[in-house]
Write a protein that binds this ligand. Structure first.
Ligand SMILES: C[S@@+](CC[C@H](N)C(=O)[O-])C[C@H]1O[C@@H](n2cnc3c(N)ncnc32)[C@H](O)[C@@H]1O
Length: 483
């Protein structure tokens, strides 16, 4: 999600194709040299073979390649490729632990269910000497107290698990002291990272080279933990993009049958507007189905959705929801709309109609008093839940291999995920998506990924969506798999 005014002026549009496409490609492409079983297909996750990576390795400038591959001669690259992929897969998955710590910190700062102390929404306010100790002592005590008691909801169990991962047991006084120190250490790390990030963004705004600027912008989170943060907002942008694709005739009524959602996310408690007054939930798979059904692009009972994620937390959550659906249970999604932004009328209208094609209105959870948060709730029908199959897969390094032509995806949705990777890894991800799309199939993403000459993916159009009166929005880019 970006301040759209700025991003649109950088990415001016000519004809139906964004003007940054060719320039971006030319500048970057200087030719110098598992888990959950997918019940919808017999195809299995497979590491990207060297033959497919070669089309990326051969065209990207050397300084965009990982050091180990940069220094290797082309023949030697092939020999080290399988080991590099396995090692990198582990490194990427290791980034999940840092994001879990970030979520734990968000819970500490923003949660309202375990404490009566006020939420701390301004991280900068904690920087003054002794401010953190003064402002957070009560919240830290209350959280550690909740963690050391029995039971607790999914978030408390999650938080306990993160702390237990450090070898700390909150059941003893010494363990509770360690837990408090650990929470303050996370705060110190996140504060440091936030400051570094602000410096990087400021330095980026000074760059003269628009292509370098775009590349940095699109890889902004490449050093961050892999957050599962999600909300209704990017799904409004996907809804608008699907509507545009229908109007333009790129997607025809009733033709979308197989969809992949890459990185569906899990709303544990996000850093911007996080609350913990409703259960942990995922939104995007159901939002995409809802939009496709509403727009008549998909037909009930013919739509199959696969989610790809590296996070056991995300995959496990969806898998458990599916199992409950087998027993006849629906899935409740709470839709908070915070008062911290001046939302545009179109976004509010989307929030009001969200879910009507996949479920029925349900009882909304009560937000904290005086929070100004409005809440709607939807109960997704069990049959909709059963049409969603979670799959452990690292989109940067893996694809489902052996998909029959009829099993390949018509549509892949990937929002707020590619930005966590550098240009090389984004390009590998694009190669993996291309391998799973049918000819003419579409990828929708809000991150600008370079089109490389060797990859059968072309940026064909985009949709700009504005969420707030202050012009925060997203550009949804649409890539087409060569026919
Ligand atoms: C920030 S969340 C975005 C959630 C949702 N797409 C949205 O826009 O609200 C990123 C999601 O991508 C997943 N993810 C990150 N890297 C991934 C990878 N290499 N392969 C598959 N999933 C990945 C994370 O676990 C998380 O679920």
């Amino acid at each position: 999600m970006t301040k759209l005014g700025a991003s649109v002026s950088r990415c001016s549009v000519s004809g139906s194709k964004p003007a940054f496409g060719p320039a971006f490609v030319v500048a970057l492409a200087l030719a110098t040299g598992v888990g959950v079983l997918n019940a919808q297909t017999s195809a299995v996750p497979t590491n990207i073979p060297y033959a497919d990576a070669k089309s990326v390795l051969d065209v990207l400038r050397d300084n965009l390649l990982p050091p180990e591959l940069r220094s290797a001669a082309p023949a030697a690259r092939e020999a080290v490729w399988p080991a590099w992929v396995s090692r990198r897969d582990q490194e990427i998955r290791a980034r999940l632990a840092r994001a879990d710590e970030d979520s734990l910190l968000n819970l500490l700062l923003l949660g309202t269910t375990f404490t009566r102390h006020p939420r701390v929404t301004d991280l900068a306010a904690l920087r003054a000497p002794d401010a953190a100790a003064a402002m957070l002592a009560g919240r830290v005590d209350d959280l550690v107290g909740a963690l050391s008691g029995p039971g607790g909801d999914e978030r408390i169990r999650f938080a306990r698990g993160v702390i237990a991962g450090t070898g700390t047991t909150v059941e003893t006084p010494a363990g509770r002291r360690q837990a408090r120190e650990y929470l303050f250490a996370i705060l110190a790390r996140v504060t440091r990272e936030t400051e570094e990030f602000a410096r990087t963004v400021a330095a980026m705004s000074q760059l003269d080279d628009p292509v370098a600027k775009l590349a940095l912008d699109a890889t902004n989170y490449r050093d961050r933990g892999l957050s599962s943060d999600t909300s209704i907002v990017p799904n409004f942008a996907i809804d608008q993009a699907l509507q545009d694709l229908r109007t333009a005739g790129r997607l025809r009524p009733g033709t979308v049958r197989r969809v992949a959602v890459v990185g569906p996310g899990l709303d544990v408690i996000d850093r911007r507007e996080g609350y913990d007054f409703y259960p942990v939930q995922t939104i995007q798979p159901f939002a995409v189905i809802d939009s496709l059904m509403r727009l008549g692009l998909a037909v009930r009972d013919q739509l199959h959705v696969t989610t790809f994620d590296v996070s056991p937390k995300v995959n496990g959550h969806l898998d458990a929801a599916r199992r409950r659906a087998d027993g006849g249970d629906g899935y409740i999604i709470q839709l908070p709309l915070g008062s911290h932004e001046r939302w545009r009328a179109e976004l509010i209208a989307y929030w009001e109609r969200f879910g009507k094609s996949v479920g029925d209105d349900a009882d909304a959870a009560a937000p904290p008093a005086n929070s100004g948060v409005r809440v709607r709730a939807i109960q997704v029908r069990p049959e909709v839940l059963r049409s969603v199959v979670p799959q452990d897969l690292n989109i940067v390094l893996q694809r489902l291999d052996g998909l029959a032509p009829a099993e390949r995806f018509d549509l892949v949705v990937a929002t707020n995920i590619f930005i966590y990777y550098d240009v090389f890894e984004q390009s590998l991800a694009l190669a993996n998506v291309a391998r799973m799309l049918r000819p003419g199939g579409l990828l929708l993403s809000n991150t600008l990924v370079p089109e490389l000459p060797g990859l059968p993916m072309t940026l064909v159009t985009h949709t700009d969506v504005v969420y707030t009166e202050t012009a925060v929005g997203d550009r949804i880019l649409c890539y087409e798999r060569a026919r």
